[in-house]
Design a protein around this ligand. Structure first.
Ligand SMILES: [Zn+2]
Length: 284
């Protein structure tokens, strides 16, 4: 599931980066344009950082809705000159060596940078590092340029700014029969405050996470049955052993999928009763 990322530590902060970019255009053909928008651009980026990129609180910026104007910002990201101030910064962001996608938790090194607020609609944040983080291809394909629901609520969690990522966000529900479960459903934890609960629900739906992870949970469940057979064959206590598996996964993150899986098993008293006393666990 989603993980919290520390914002990258860079030599320039996002405001200093703007100042340098505008300075580099002193002798270029867009000199007057960048000088004229310089103060508002700074304000926009400061606002972004202050509200954690929340699109509910960041109106679109009128001057950049014209495509040619927006392109002046997008080109800073899409085709930076080799000696530009932003080029090494963007290269550094791409070098980050994560081993999972911060939006969905999928294992593997995400190979693309995502603009949390898409550059199509918010071109002024094209090179704002607070707006850029790695994301897997599947999440990027689902997220596209989406930001808000029809009701004007943001759709996605922000891994740099959403500090509630330290809490457990997701609960797994496993439906019987327990020799071959009929469903694995994911829901936001009922312990979350209502606004965060609703945001987590939107994030799950719009990245299609439940469907994408059903195979993982089915595999994990078969593995669990094999483990329980071994535990019982050694006369060990099933409940405390599963608690141990869950706690081992906590080292990674309370929102790692394996933690969510074992947590879902331990919340399910009917399933635990099945695992503890069912005489013939299916041969798997
Ligand atoms: Zn992903």
């Amino acid at each position: 599931m989603v993980i919290r990322l520390e914002r990258p530590q860079l030599e320039l902060d996002d405001i200093e980066l703007i100042d340098r970019v505008v300075g580099e255009r002193q002798n270029g053909r867009n000199r007057e344009f960048f000088q004229s928008i310089h103060p508002q651009w700074r304000e926009r980026v400061a606002r972004y950082v202050a509200v954690g990129g929340n699109p509910e609180q960041i109106e679109r910026w009128t001057p950049v809705t014209e495509k040619a104007v927006g392109n002046r910002f997008r080109n800073l990201y899409l085709s930076p000159q080799a000696d530009s101030v932003q080029k090494p910064i963007l290269d550094t962001l791409r070098e980050r060596t994560l081993n999972l996608c911060p939006a969905c938790g999928e294992d593997g090194t995400p190979n693309t940078l995502d603009h949390y607020l898409p550059k199509e609609y918010y071109p002024e944040f094209s090179i704002t590092t607070a707006n850029l983080f790695p994301m897997c291809d599947i999440c990027q394909g689902k997220k596209r340029s989406l930001t808000l629901s029809e009701e004007g609520e943001r759709l996605f969690i922000h891994p740099y700014f959403d500090h509630f990522l330290d809490m457990q966000l997701i609960v797994l529900c496993i439906g019987g029969p327990f020799n071959a479960p009929s469903y694995f459903t994911l829901a936001p934890s009922e312990d979350l405050p209502p606004d965060i609960h609703a945001l987590v629900a939107r994030h799950l739906v719009h990245l299609d996470i439940e469907a994408r992870y059903s195979h993982f949970f089915r595999d994990s469940y078969l593995q669990l049955l094999r483990l329980v057979r071994r535990i019982r064959s050694k006369d060990l206590d099933v409940l405390s052993q599963i608690e141990l598996f869950r706690d081992m996964e906590l080292d990674k993150s309370v929102n790692s999928w394996r933690h969510v899986f074992y947590d879902g098993v331990l919340r399910n008293t009917n399933l635990l009763a099945y695992l503890e006393v069912e005489v013939d666990l299916p041969l798997v």
